[in-house]
Design a binder for this molecule. Structure first.
Ligand SMILES: NC(=O)c1ccc[n+]([C@@H]2O[C@H](COP(=O)([O-])OP(=O)(O)OC[C@H]3O[C@@H](n4cnc5c(N)ncnc54)[C@H](OP(=O)(O)O)[C@@H]3O)[C@@H](O)[C@H]2O)c1
Length: 334
């Protein structure tokens, strides 16, 4: 049941050509979306490495790889790329997975937006991750901070110090050169709104392949998704479970009712929703049970997708990073 077929999906899965297996459940978990800009395919089911404790991070990443996750999301900002690198190396050595089967993303942090800082930042990430190329490199946020080694430069009033001496398109040009050099196979943006994304898409020589933003049933980002579909950009959802914060996505009665009907957990329904729309998701857990549960997603019936679109009125952005470039988990009901 492992045979690969290339099919073009329409309907709720979107217009992307998808590489699929014959068994529909395995095909769903292992779905890979070809990147229209740059090379490679991004696994729709991804595991985030934002786990502050090093021991827990290494254990969770190894468990995720053993479970079947083939897509890891990293960042300089997470200050643990070396730990991720150790976990990957041990998994390669144990034969759990080979480098070529894994899709690894990292991100350029705000203090490195000046064009001359972009390549050294990527090379430093590669060194920490013990890799010789990335599958995708993202501009972590469109906000440039004061150039230098401080990740979180602040003024005397405690406000972030922004850098007005560089524009996002100048940073993007330096990102494009990384693809030319083969240091990363694709590039993208994160924590960006639709208007700014349109500007980059219009000016880019190599268009963004991936846009990573907060996205879940309480923040569905339909307009952004539509634009991404038109432009062949993959919408990669972070916080697909709302960072596990209240109001809990998994407590919503529509999601709970669907979960009961299709014999899956509410978390699996929320995660499957991201894939059914033609996108990808990143979830994070330190619990072996949750890691397994999050990988074991299955297709959602069309009526469930309709119910979620029409029946969930709750609107919440859990993470304010898109507003200031400052990472945080500030709950804010819109
Ligand atoms: N681009 C950006 O600015 C940005 C921002 C934030 C995050 N990210 C990326 O996105 C990744 C995903 O993190 P996230 O917080 O956004 O993920 P999330 O899946 O929305 O939330 C993770 C939280 O949910 C809990 N959880 C996970 N699976 C569960 C399950 N099956 N049942 C119940 N609870 C569950 C986890 O706790 P347990 O450990 O107890 O399972 C954890 O507290 C990060 O690691 C990072 O790579 C990117």
């Amino acid at each position: 049941m492992n045979k690969q077929l290339d099919v073009a999906l329409s309907g709720p899965g979107g217009p992307y050509p998808m590489s699929m297996e014959v068994d529909p459940i395995r095909a769903f978990r292992n779905r890979k979306i070809p990147l229209a800009h740059g090379s490679g395919e991004i696994p729709a089911v991804g595991f985030g490495t934002l786990i502050p404790d090093a021991v827990a991070a290494k254990r969770a990443i190894k468990a995720a790889l053993e479970t079947g996750f083939r897509h890891l999301d990293c960042a300089e900002l997470y200050r643990n790329e070396a730990v991720v690198g150790d976990a990957m190396r041990e998994a390669f050595e144990a034969g759990t997975v080979q480098r070529a089967e894994l899709f690894v993303t990292s991100k350029l942090w705000n203090n490195n937006h000046r064009p001359e800082r972009v390549r050294p930042a990527l090379v430093a990430s590669l060194r920490r991750l013990q890799l010789d190329y990335l599958d995708c490199y993202l501009v972590h946020t469109p906000f440039a901070f004061k150039p230098g080694d401080e990740l979180d430069p602040r003024d005397a009033q405690g406000q972030p110090i922004y850098d007005t001496g560089v524009t996002l398109i100048e940073t993007w040009r330096a990102m494009e050169r990384l693809v030319d050099e083969g240091l990363c196979r694709s590039i993208g943006l994160s924590d960006i709104g639709l208007e700014k994304l349109k500007e980059i898409v219009a000016a880019a020589r190599i268009k963004p392949a991936v846009v990573e933003v907060e996205c879940h049933p309480y923040l569905p980002e339909w307009e952004l998704l539509e634009f991404c579909r038109q432009e062949g950009i993959v919408l990669l959802a972070f916080a697909p479970l709302g960072h596990g914060m209240k109001p809990r996505i998994t407590d919503h009665p529509v999601i709970q009712a669907i979960a009961q009907r299709i014999h899956k957990s509410p978390s699996q329904v929320a995660l499957a929703w991201a894939v059914e729309r033609g996108g990808a998701f990143l979830t994070t857990s330190t619990s072996p049970g949750h890691i397994r549960e999050n990988f074991e997603v299955s297709p959602l019936p069309e009526d469930a997708m309709r119910e979620m679109r029409g029946g969930i009125a709750t609107k919440v952005r859990f993470n304010a990073v898109i507003e200031t470039g400052v990472p945080g988990f500030v709950p804010r009901v819109m």
